[in-house]
Design a protein around this ligand. Sequence first.
Ligand SMILES: *Cc1c(COP(=O)(O)O)cnc(C)c1O
Length: 224
Amino acid sequence: MRIKDNLERIRAKLPSNVKLIAVSKTKPAEMLLEAYEAGQRLFGENYVQDLMSKQPDLPSDMIFHFIGHLQTNKVKYIAPFISCIQSVDSPKILKEINKQAAKNDRVIDCLLEFSIAENDSKFGFNLDEVQELLNSESYQSMQNIRICGVMGMGSFSDDTDRSRREYKKLKSIFDQLKKEYFASDASFKEISMGMSADYLIAIEEGSTMVRVGTDIFGDRNYKE
Ligand SMILES: *Cc1c(COP(=O)(O)O)cnc(C)c1O
């Protein structure tokens, strides 16, 4: 019941153009099923092993987005079924996703992850790196990926002004890329930003996809 209530409470606050990704990393399959039964279809996972152990037994119309840092040698495991990889943070990983998607005769949606956090940004591109990527012949020859937008993680802090600045920055990066590279590409439309602590701020700043874990499934327990 609790998961259903949480989902309903959150959905009531989301504008109709904003998608809710239920971030189920580290949570057991039963909890994902509970969310599914409450109508949730979009899920976000961070760890390949964890996802691989849950996915085979779950309903086939659950849609998974990969949102964690992805190692090149693990792309092959998720390529057969992953709907979107939000955490593309290097040309090398994009190339591998394209290759594995081709092997599976699929096109995999991707978001470009930008490092926007002012206090700690471990992973993600900056704008120059992405412009270089998008101008490269290597990118232009990729037939099995579709870049659908951008993703970013805000700082972990209670400083809402800082979160707002970070989200404004991601929105302006999106606008610039849209104008320069994707003006006539309708599938480049997603801005994935906002988590449990700040998704309403992210929506005010233009988010089209919020990634909410704790507010739906409760605190995570990392002893594994
Ligand atoms: C864990 C995680 C989230 C969800 O965080 P909560 O604070 O639990 O809502 C969102 N995005 C990414 C990339 C994450 O790793």
